[in-house]
Design a protein around this ligand. Structure first.
Ligand code: DC
Length: 244
């Protein structure tokens, strides 16, 4: 039964409250797919926090900013404005860097190769996290990333930690990138995923880890629909509160 239908037949004394949903996990384990589906179903805002780190990386690469130099990073961040702008055509929010739509260029392997290093810089994280926390003030938000349940929204009502077998993740990311660039090789994609996972989970500031109160969702053997149904059940458990 679709979620909207289930919600419609809730008894009158049961009210639905808006919550914060965090989706963290390894690279390419389907976080954004699930996050978008949940946001659409619940009429929540979806925020792809990785897009913010990717856009900052793109700016640093284009402007030859040395991210090992704190002063250079602080100065560069002053010149960066990030915005999610809804595109009617693609029906999704797209990342704009200083007014330019960079949603597609930030997915490139050139950016992917450097983004984990840039995302490990303390000043970069402080800059991004402050904006992410602002977006979640009114709740009704689904945000995916690496530190959303641990650092950005430690009090979120629903935290999901997503995972999948390495081979499955490599295959998924390869298909995605190959569709855009047939010159990309599976070895290249595998090396990039392994490198990012290592850096993301071993960095000093806000490393990727499961929040103690997060629910693990391993989708290695799940279809998108099965995964969505599991997540919706978790949402229902946390949004249905008894009103006296
Ligand atoms: O989710 P993604 O693959 O687009 O994220 C790109 C990179 O950004 C990823 O390698 C780690 C980093 N990231 C992060 O450090 N913290 C987040 N909340 C989101 C992403």
């Amino acid at each position: 039964m679709p979620f909207a239908l289930q919600a419609a037949i809730l008894p009158q004394h049961m009210a639905k409250k808006k919550i914060v949903i965090t989706l963290d996990g390894w690279s390419s384990c389907g976080k954004s797919t699930l996050a978008k589906q949940l946001a659409q179903e619940l009429n929540y805002i979806y925020v792809d926090s990785g897009a913010m780190y990717r856009a900052i990386t793109l700016y640093f690469l284009r402007n030859h900013v040395d991210w090992t130099d704190t002063e250079a990073v602080v100065n560069a961040l002053e010149n960066i404005t990030l915005e999610f702008v809804y595109n009617e055509k693609s029906q999704q929010s797209e990342m704009h860097l200083n007014g330019e739509n960079v949603e597609y260029v930030i997915r490139d392997l050139v950016v992917a190769e450097k983004v984990s290093d840039v995302a490990a810089v303390k000043e970069v994280r402080t800059f991004a996290v402050a904006q992410q926390q602002k977006m979640g003030k009114k709740k009704g938000i689904v945000m995916d990333g690496r530190d959303i349940g641990t650092v950005v929204f430690p009090d979120a009502e629903l935290k999901i930690f997503m995972t999948a077998d390495n081979a499955v993740r490599v295959e998924r990311r390869f298909k995605e990138l190959f569709a855009k660039n047939p010159n990309v090789s599976i070895e290249e994609v595998k090396a990039n995923l392994e490198m990012r996972d290592y850096i993301d989970s071993h960095r000093e500031v806000s490393p990727l880890r499961k929040a103690d109160d997060a629910v693990i969702l391993d989708n290695t053997h799940l279809t998108e629909e099965q995964q969505f149904n599991k997540a919706i059940q978790l949402v229902q458990q946390r949004t249905t509160s008894t009103v006296s």
